[in-house]
Write a protein that binds this ligand. Sequence first.
Ligand code: PAF
Length: 281
Amino acid sequence: METLHRIDALRPRVAAWRRAGERIAFVPTMGNLHQGHLELVRQARGRARRVVVSIFVNPLQFGPNEDLSDYPRTLEVDHQGLEREGTDLLFAPGGDEMYPRGQAVQTRVEVPGISDILCGASRSGHFVGVATVVCKLFNMVQPDLALFGEKDFQQLLVIRRMTADLCLPVEIVGVPTVRESDGLAMSSRNGYLSAEERTRAPSLYRALQAAAQGLRQGAALAQVEGQAWAELERSGLRPDYVSVRRALDLATPSPGERILVILAAAYLGRARLIDNLQVGL
Ligand code: PAF
């Protein structure tokens, strides 16, 4: 696996593959890779001749009081994992390469509406940072397809909308969440949990499962949201939101809506955990 840090080295490499008619899949990450990321790489391998993975801890998507400085950076171990999965190219640019004129004057990509609710309501500017970096990375790598985990369901929809609105010729593939054996969704931020908090963290998934069961039995949306919220509090988590939405676009479901998603975010110690469950009625 080749590792490149500069855009002017990346472009000719990918262009040669394209000239040879090879399909290119792209997996953007912030590193500290776990089985969820490696599953994205495996899925990419199955869909394209070439797989490019990026590792860039994007400062633009962190708020002023968030964990940018603590975010785990594990490039060496990540490199080994990517090599084992048959990645062709790791692109690991530095901050100066991504934002050469500085973040403050960086042109930004905003996906209005869908970016302002749920996680976007608690993390102002987060999805502008995500959309901006992903748009830049798409322009650098110029992949045929890009893969994102469904764990970050709102992020996936923001990126789908951005790609459609800007007519970017990239197919967006969502990959189901990879979970620990007790149901906790894999996340780089799970490493912030103490041993004791780790035992309580799976209650997030359990609350979503109970909510899904409630919806299937015909319970009202507000009732299942309220029960999930109470379940999280009972388990010692501090809920940020629990919300049932239309899976297509995160709109408030109209009566009779059949394809739903229950999304939740909750604080546990230093970690802010998010998860979601899609429900077909
Ligand atoms: O999901 C992530 O790891 C990041 O938000 C992404 C998509 C790599 C953009 O920095």
